[in-house]
Write a protein that binds this ligand. Structure first.
Ligand SMILES: *Cc1c(COP(=O)(O)O)cnc(C)c1O
Length: 470
């Protein structure tokens, strides 16, 4: 399988190179040159496979000869052995809807599904081809902990994660700083999340520094993350259809960076009989406005009860755009340039009709999130996290939708407490976090401070103990 860039400036590359490249060297996002097709016969045959076995079948054509089947089986097995539910992503009935629980991984959020896999793929490719990788990222919460959980203790990989000191929830902070493996470097910066992002961005722009220190990103644009997320769409179909190829399924997807819902879109392109894909956004509703006929216009980011979806520029949307304009990189570049110049992007009437055919969308307010958590708990005794509640609320008045549950409710206990006056019992991975030992350094929110820290850490022969993060 060959991979191309949405900007058209990357020569076709294989799976290994695409994963190691992350963002295309031309600034575009990488996509498979052709989308493998799953026949109705394969759908039927695979409908009772376990999550792991299904993942092997679905991923093989994308991986091509980059990873032999036996190695892929092993790698996938290890990636999902860290999940606390034997089904990995169980499907449960909640009232009129189905809830696909994606939060049984080591950090209790759906990003584990992709990042447990990506961490193992990185380790496998580095061991085989040589080299090392120093992951650098800034987090406002969920992504950082899932990324750390994906690579801690792995050979040839180190990870540096910046978080704004004192500005993320105590649970999220401890999920990162209690990981004591020598290859994990938590940096609390005296500043905001935006400061962290700005620092990381400018360090990546320093190409000499990036190359010398083998810096890489682990954000949602890595192709392997999308690949891992395709699997649970097929898995849910298998559980519900019992192998009937005529069975059509619909999903409601809480959306931020468009990664999760794009995986659903690809599943449909691969031949999964998906009826509707519902984009559920919070008050940051740029995608909903676009899908329901408005312009794609960037506004200010508003903080909400579902913070992992407080995003205006949905980076993975560009992958969809590529298909929307007929796989034409020049057209993608033109639209992005227009967006850059004017803050707004216009598509043709024909493209708009295609968007409406591909997706439904709804934007959900904080008040509606709280109402939904209350209603579902009162009626079904099931506690939704505020992100999942966005999807369930958006799916209202439609029966039998599969609502993707993207976080465990114990992770967002303040919102849950506000809605129903109690907290969800924490899963094992969230218990006792406040009593555990931590490791973290504090730095000023400047590029120089972070650059100096990375440099001295990577030049040091051994890793010393850094001071506690309290
Ligand atoms: C990241 C995240 C989302 C949004 O997923 P995207 O792929 O960015 O659309 C939704 N819910 C939770 C809990 C998340 O962590």
């Amino acid at each position: 399988m060959q991979y191309l860039s949405t900007h058209g400036g990357v020569e076709p590359i294989g799976f290994s190179a695409a994963v190691m490249m992350g963002l295309g060297t031309d600034g575009g996002l990488l996509l498979p040159a052709t989308v493998p097709q799953v026949s109705p016969y394969a759908l039927r045959d695979w409908s009772d496979l376990s999550f792991r076995d299904l993942a092997v079948e679905l991923m093989l054509p994308f991986v091509g000869d980059a990873i032999p089947r036996a190695d892929l089986v092993d790698l996938i097995g290890r990636s999902y052995a860290t999940f606390s539910h034997q089904e990995v992503t169980p499907l449960v009935r909640v009232g009129e809807q189905w809830v696909l629980e994606l939060f049984h991984g080591p950090t209790a959020a759906f990003k584990d599904v992709a990042l447990q896999f990506l961490g193992n793929v990185f380790e496998y490719l580095l061991a085989r081809d040589g080299g090392q990788l120093n992951i650098l990222g800034a987090t406002s919460g969920d992504t950082g902990s899932a990324a750390i959980a994906g690579v801690h203790g792995k050979d040839r990989i180190r990870i540096f994660i910046l978080h704004p000191a004192g500005r993320i929830s105590p649970i999220q902070e401890r999920q990162m700083t209690t990981v004591l493996d020598a290859n994990v470097h938590n940096i609390a910066i005296r500043g905001t999340f935006d400061d962290g992002q700005r620092i990381v961005k400018s360090l990546f722009n320093d190409l000499d520094f990036k190359q010398q220190y083998h810096l890489g990103a682990i954000n949602s644009i890595n192709w392997a993350r999308i690949l891992a997320q395709i699997v649970y769409y097929f898995y849910a179909w298998g559980r519900m259809s019992r192998g009937d190829p005529g069975f059509r399924i619909s999903f409601a997807v809480p959306t931020g960076n468009f990664g999760d819902i794009f995986a659903g879109y690809l599943a449909k392109r691969m031949g999964l009989p998906i009826d509707r894909l519902l984009i559920a956004t919070n008050r940051n509703d740029i995608l909903t406005r676009f899908v329901t006929g408005g312009p794609y216009a960037v506004g200010a980011v508003h903080p909400t009860l579902s913070p992992a979806m407080d995003i205006q520029i949905a980076s993975n949307f560009e992958r969809y755009l590529y298909f929307l304009v007929g796989e034409d990189p020049a057209a993608v570049r033109a639209l992005l340039a227009e967006l850059d110049r004017t803050g707004c992007m216009q598509v043709t009437a024909e493209q708009r009709a295609a968007v409406a055919g591909d997706f439904d969308a709804a934007a959900i307010s904080d008040a509606q999130i709280l109402d939904q958590i209350r209603e579902t708990y009162g009626r079904d005794g099931y506690i939704l996290d505020p992100h999942t509640a966005v999807g369930v609320q958006a799916a209202r008045n439609r029966a039998d939708m599969v609502c993707l549950a993207t976080a465990h409710p114990a992770k967002f206990k303040d919102a849950v407490q506000r809605a129903i006056g109690i907290q969800a019992p924490p899963p094992p991975c969230l218990r006792g976090l406040l009593e555990k030992e931590t490791r973290c350094v504090f730095l000023d929110a400047t590029e120089e401070a972070v650059r100096g820290h990375i440099r001295s850490t990577l030049s040091a022969p051994a890793i010393g103990r850094e001071r506690g993060c309290t």
